[in-house]
Design a protein around this ligand. Structure first.
Ligand SMILES: CC(C)(COP(=O)(O)OP(=O)(O)OC[C@H]1O[C@@H](n2cnc3c(N)ncnc32)[C@H](O)[C@@H]1OP(=O)(O)O)[C@@H](O)C(=O)NCCC(=O)NCCS
Length: 172
């Protein structure tokens, strides 16, 4: 039985371990610690199975410059499930619960950089054709892995330059 819940201070070491074990490098684990230190972990959820943390997802505030600067935006990153528990639906549970939590907090738009086959199921669509740019989408091209999801009804997306929290600059 998998339970999705918000992180508590007792989970911090296990969250670091889950991210370190799920990604090839420790950057994502360090990023989560840095976001927490800077008060920028808007939403941080764990997947718990028999009292073990087997998955984690983090969301942090973003800023938009340009037409959509009035929107409250949040970034999904990172999401991780321990290798031995992947492909059992835990990632889907984490993303779904995270979207609901950010919507409840009043965010308008959610952005992410991710697998183009994985995220459309949640409603994410490529952001560049909608007029959004980021430092991760240089030059021409659709950069389909940079995606956006409107979280509220009647969001009219007009585009803009989208910035992750400064803690992301520590990413290697
Ligand atoms: C990406 C990740 C969080 C997905 O979690 P998960 O619990 O394995 O995924 P789920 O079981 O909920 O989702 C299963 C579905 O996603 C698909 N899927 C899982 N990992 C995928 C990947 N890396 N690329 C494409 N599709 C993937 C599966 O094929 C499956 O689709 P289907 O049901 O249509 O067959 C997990 O694989 C992971 O931690 N990977 C390493 C870290 C990472 O890359 N994180 C994402 C970047 S921030």
């Amino acid at each position: 039985m998998i339970q999705i819940r918000s992180e508590t201070p007792q989970d911090i070491a296990a969250i670091h371990a889950v991210n370190a074990a799920s990604f090839p490098q420790e950057d994502e684990a360090n990023l989560v610690d840095e976001l927490r230190k800077q008060g920028a972990l808007t939403v941080s959820l764990v997947a718990e199975r028999e009292r073990q943390i087997v998955g984690h997802i983090a969301f942090s505030p973003m800023t938009i410059e340009g037409a959509d600067s009035h929107f409250k935006a949040v970034g999904l990153a990172p999401v991780a499930v321990l290798p031995e528990y992947q492909r059992q639906g835990i990632g889907i549970k984490l993303v779904t619960a995270g979207i609901d939590a950010c919507r409840d907090l009043g965010f308008d738009l959610m952005f992410l950089l991710g697998h183009t086959e994985y995220y459309p199921r949640f409603g994410f669509v490529p952001a560049v054709p909608l007029g959004y740019q980021s430092i991760y989408t240089p030059g021409e091209g659709d950069h389909p892995y940079f995606m956006v999801l409107p979280l509220q009804q009647e969001i009219k997306m007009q585009g803009g330059s989208v910035y992750y929290h400064p803690a992301f600059e520590s990413l290697g």
